[in-house]
Design a protein around this ligand. Structure first.
Ligand SMILES: [Zn+2]
Length: 124
């Protein structure tokens, strides 16, 4: 996907921006860098042999993280949330450009037409 804001994108998994040696692949609302793709591939190869994944490899084990580690991740997670919201607005904007009704958009998101309009009336 190339929509002109690729320089602001960050990997939704590690939080790093794209670079020549860290290309990003965009999906609907998220990005993943090639390094995280490699990590995911290694994890999937590891777990497909029936063995248990390494501790923490499928997500954070809260009890193993210090307060500082949790705090260090908050900005990254917040940024991903903002990135997702911006992408959602763009997708809704694309639907509106096709004259898809607010009712249908709301139904797709599990919210009312009115809530959809209020949330997305100002395009990204
Ligand atoms: Zn990454």
């Amino acid at each position: 996907m190339n929509d002109g804001d690729s320089d602001r994108r960050q990997c939704s998994f590690c939080g790093r921006g794209g670079a020549p040696d860290r290309r990003l692949v965009a999906g609907p609302g998220i990005c993943i860098c090639e390094h995280c793709v490699d990590t995911a591939r290694e994890l999937l190869d590891f777990t497909t042999d029936g063995s248990a994944p390494a501790a923490g490899s499928l997500g954070p084990a809260w009890e193993q993280l210090s307060d500082e580690e949790i705090l260090r991740h908050l900005p990254e997670i917040s940024h991903v949330g903002s990135q997702l919201e911006e992408q959602l607005k763009r997708w809704v904007g694309a639907a509106r450009e096709r004259n898809v009704s607010w009712s249908r958009i709301g139904a797709a998101l599990g919210i009312t037409r009115q809530t959809a309009w209020e949330r997305f009336k100002n395009p990204a």
